[in-house]
Ligand binder design. Structure first.
Ligand code: ZN
Length: 165
């Protein structure tokens, strides 16, 4: 996974944009179920991802970025989604937080592996910086998970969603 700087920046922007959109969805969902505390967490996370996306865009400036396929940056859909009971699953704040954590963890690992494998010193530097930011996100979600009651039904354990940072 040795990217050129434009390839790396294209991934990072797409990943942040995906996070912005997904966090807004999660925020709206929590709001619809009057879980205002968790809705606010997701709105804040969306906002931070937006700021991050914009600062990466500034870094890009006029550089031409490659186009990516959506599977290269999309969040994974929650496990065991399908039918209406899946919808109930998602109503649980705990599961929504855990879902977000799993995806943050994937971003963290992605940036870490780029930082470790890249030959380009600027890609390395930025990837480590972004990995540190993702780590903060995972830790923030961990704090929320710790104070959120565990629902009666949980996702079948997704290893990345509970993996320590
Ligand atoms: Zn993040």
């Amino acid at each position: 996974m040795s990217y050129t700087l434009p390839e790396f920046l294209a991934h990072a922007i797409a990943m942040e944009q995906e996070a912005v959109d997904r966090y807004l969805e999660l925020a709206d969902m929590m709001e619809a179920h009057r879980n205002d505390a968790v809705s606010k967490v997701f709105r804040d996370m969306s906002h931070f991802s937006e700021l991050h996306r914009d600062s990466i865009r500034e870094r890009v400036g006029a550089t031409e970025l490659p186009k990516l396929k959506s599977w290269q940056y999309r969040w994974r859909t929650p496990p065991e989604v399908g039918g209406e009971e899946a919808f109930d699953y998602l109503l649980e704040a705990f599961n929504a937080l855990k879902y977000a954590r799993g995806n943050e963890m994937r971003s963290l690992k992605y940036y870490r592996s780029v930082a470790g494998e890249s030959q380009d010193s600027e890609v390395k530097r930025l990837a480590s910086e972004f990995a540190a930011e993702e780590r903060e996100h995972v830790l923030a979600l961990d704090e929320w998970l710790a104070r959120t009651p565990r629902p009666s039904t949980t996702f079948a354990d997704d290893p990345e969603s509970m993996e320590p940072v």
